[in-house]
Design a protein around this ligand. Structure first.
Ligand code: ADP
Length: 469
């Protein structure tokens, strides 16, 4: 089976969040059993120079009254072929998506171009499956249909909150026929919705955890697409994400100050030292992620006054320029036990996962979430809100039935219950042996992509059978 796996970002070349982790780890896992090509755009901020890549093909893509020069470059990595798509409009930018405003507005054309480049390439090579990810590649499902591509398409929703919605008057420039501008296709309250193209035209739709697959059919989580998704529910299913257990490996992780040998305690103490956080005897709680309401970090920020009174250290790592960031900066200045590392820092993230005792993830919604799985792999107990993929991967510590993934679970997210969960973590911290046993149990869990990759392969095979039948 030959699979073309397409995404707007993939670690280690370009990453803004979990999509990039998945867009590397999943094709890598799939390549154990199938021929996989990963296709991503080339961006000028990437560490990989175009000259170091093999120039594979040049094409001109004409649509919307313009002709765009596109070049495909190739690299071999970890048993899979990686193709980089170069086109000036797509590539010559210093950001992935840019801030909302003028930079963001041209993304419709940038990613429509990328989607056309995907389909043009798939047409010239024989692929069985086109695996598309999120709104940036969603239009490829429509273009593949239009072109009568023999490959079957699978579209994965990584986060329904980002749908790629743009002004209607761009339709012509994008080269999209106005016959698709209606409720059953791309139209969304008078605007163009890229995500809808993936849902409507892909042969199968998946999302990144079984619970989120159910949640998005409801108004609370459906972001306005719940009705549309319900119409297409027959082809929708949830497959939970995994993590790359080679990248996130406490025994071999080169980003750490110290790697795990026998003692988990020593591993944590040693990784905590270079963080320059005072008070090594107090438990370390961490939050890592985007500074948005989705992640519930605003609740934590509003609780800083209370957290400051507790016998703990709290470290936040996240990129952001908004109100939540400002609140955390103020808390960092005011309280000795609250630290805010502002920015995006991969190495620091690894060290925090390793050094921490607890990871707090009070997401209001969470399609899957990777942080909790990374934390568990590094012997850090997760404290999570029971939603989406967090509900599928972290189970209450007194739950005897479930096989894997234990932590402190908040059933209903309120500031009071969040604080209660943090207090119960502090009580657990006093029972060192119990905590260590829980962490050891989590560390032995299989959060790799092996299982999820099998589930995707089963989906691909089902699509192929349908095609033959
Ligand atoms: P998202 O919703 O942002 O995709 P996920 O939990 O799926 O969240 O994945 C987040 C990924 O990004 C994890 O690998 C996490 O460690 C990483 N990450 C998030 N914020 C930062 C940051 N500020 N610095 C370093 N890594 C980060």
């Amino acid at each position: 089976m030959k699979i073309l796996f397409c995404a707007s970002e993939a670690w280690p070349w370009a990453k803004s969040g979990g999509l990039a982790d998945v867009a590397y780890a999943l094709p890598k896992a799939l390549s154990q059993s199938a021929g996989v090509t990963l296709m991503i755009p080339w961006y000028r901020f990437m560490q990989v120079a175009l000259e170091s890549l093999e120039r594979l093909a040049d094409v001109t893509l004409s649509f919307g009254g313009h002709a765009y020069a596109v070049t495909y470059y190739r690299q071999q990595k970890e048993g899979m072929e990686v193709l980089f798509v170069y086109s000036e409009l797509l590539s010559e930018r210093d950001y992935l998506y840019g801030p909302p405003g003028t930079a963001y507005e041209e993304n419709d054309l940038r990613f429509a171009l990328f989607s056309r480049a995907i389909v043009a390439f798939a047409q010239s090579a024989r692929y069985d499956i086109l695996h598309l990810n999120d709104w940036h590649t969603a239009l490829a499902a429509l273009f593949a249909r239009e072109r009568g591509l023999s490959a079957k398409t699978l579209f994965t929703i990584h986060n329904l909150a980002f749908q790629g919605v743009f002004a209607r008057n761009r339709l012509e420039l994008l080269g999209i026929d106005s016959e698709y501008f209606h409720m059953e296709a791309l139209e969304f309250y008078g605007r163009i919705n890229f995500m809808k193209a993936g849902i409507a035209f892909a042969d199968a739709v998946t999302t990144v955890s079984p619970t989120y697959a159910k949640e998005i059919l409801t108004p609370e989580f459906g972001c306005g697409l719940e009705g549309f998704l319900r119409k297409h529910r027959a082809k929708l299913r949830g497959i939970r994400n995994g993590i790359d257990t080679d990248v996130f490996d406490p025994e071999h992780d080169k980003m750490l100050a110290c790697r795990l040998k026998r003692s988990l305690r020593r591993f944590k103490v040693c990784n905590r030292k270079p963080l320059q956080i005072a008070e090594n005897t107090l438990p370390l709680f961490i939050f890592i992620g985007r500074m948005t309401e989705q992640k519930g970090v605003d609740l934590l920020a509003s609780l800083c006054g209370e957290l400051a009174q507790l016998p703990l250290i709290f470290a936040f790592l996240g990129d952001g320029a908004g109100e939540i960031s400002r609140q955390l900066e103020a808390a960092d200045r005011k309280y000795g036990n609250i630290h805010y590392f502002r920015g995006y820092d991969e190495r620091l993230a690894h060290r925090l996962y390793a050094a921490a005792d607890f990871l707090v993830m009070p997401s209001r919604f969470e399609p899957c979430g990777l942080n909790q799985m990374i934390a568990m792999r590094y012997g850090t107990l997760p404290i999570v809100h029971k939603t989406g993929g967090l509900a599928d991967t972290v189970h209450a510590i007194d739950n005897k039935e479930v096989a894997c993934g234990r932590g402190i679970v908040i059933d209903k997210l309120t500031p009071e219950d969040l604080l209660k969960a943090i207090r119960s973590a502090l009580a657990l911290y006093q029972k060192r042996e119990r905590l260590e046993a829980l962490n050891r149990f989590n560390m032995a869990c299989d959060f790799s992509f092996a299982g999820p990759a099998e589930a995707y392969l089963a989906c691909y095979r089902a699509l192929q059978r349908k095609k033959r039948g």
